[in-house]
Ligand binder design. Structure first.
Ligand SMILES: [Zn+2]
Length: 271
């Protein structure tokens, strides 16, 4: 059974104490963790970390208005990739809506915590708790989706994969943007209720290929049954940008029918 003492020891021994960390977590990877998602978060917060998590919510996605349909946008405007109803919902950072099945229990727990901050991107928001929560989150807006990852990188932060692999690492999409790719545009209602374009990440299914590129930098630790991989953000950002520049197809998932990977490799939407 994993308890708070063991969680704190893992955070400390990985060298993460007092740093901002972006967590991607499978709670079930632990087997059993006493206190669940709240206890995992406490393990980091009691070591002085600021915890950043993706808190995506596609419940706010609306169909593309005719005047907001850029080319090469990883989207088929004739046949939507999935059924889409025109919701009237309006996102605000105070909302606790989240794609629970996809995001998991830890981000959902962050949203419920007093003092948490959540960014202003209706579809791909980040949320944070801890000392630097507001500073890390505040730059996020509908088009600057990865501002929180930049803030974390500037502050010598870490990306920590807890029982999940690199296909969950949103940070690699940030590296794609740094290479010069334009991020895909999707659609949600703005605060005024009118449709607007929102920047989001692309397909992540090919990101396992970054394992060898990040190998010089990774620190690993087993916590209960859960295998943790911690990556220093600055080092892997530089490594990922260099690798994608040298070989743009690296990010491609390998599915010849993947419209998102096809369009991302070519540079993303033409705005
Ligand atoms: Zn793909």
């Amino acid at each position: 059974v994993v308890d708070l003492v063991e969680l704190r020891r893992a955070v400390s021994e990985l060298g993460l104490s007092n740093a901002p960390v972006c967590l991607h977590t499978s709670l079930s990877s632990f087997g059993y963790v006493e206190g669940g998602a709240a206890m995992v978060l406490e393990g980091f917060l009691s070591e002085g970390c600021t915890v950043l998590v993706p808190a995506f919510a596609y419940v706010y996605l609306i169909p593309p208005p005719p005047e907001m349909r850029p080319e090469r946008n990883g989207w088929n405007y004739e046949t939507f990739p999935f059924a889409l109803s025109d919701t009237r919902l309006i996102y605000t950072p105070e909302s606790n809506e989240i794609d629970l099945a996809e995001m998991g229990a830890v981000p959902a727990e962050v949203l419920e915590m007093p003092g948490r901050a959540r960014g202003n991107n209706p579809l791909n928001s980040f949320a944070a708790v801890g000392i630097l929560a507001k500073e890390v989150i505040s730059g996020q807006d509908p088009l600057d989706v990865y501002a929180p990852l930049w803030e974390l990188t500037k502050r010598d932060g870490w990306i920590v994969m807890i029982g999940v692999d690199l296909t969950k690492m949103t940070f690699i999409h940030y590296a794609e943007q740094e290479v010069g790719r334009t991020l895909f545009r999707r659609w949600a209602r703005g605060g005024d209720g009118h449709p607007r374009m929102v920047a989001i990440g692309s397909c992540s299914e090919g990101f396992g290929k970054f394992e060898s590129i990040f190998k010089p930098f990774v620190r690993t630790k087993r916590v209960g049954e859960s295998l943790w991989h911690a990556y220093p953000a600055q080092d892997i950002l530089h490594a990922a940008v260099k690798a994608i520049r040298e070989d743009p197809i690296l990010t491609h998932c390998g599915d010849p029918n993947c419209a998102r990977c096809r369009d991302a490799v070519q540079g993303g939407p033409i705005l």
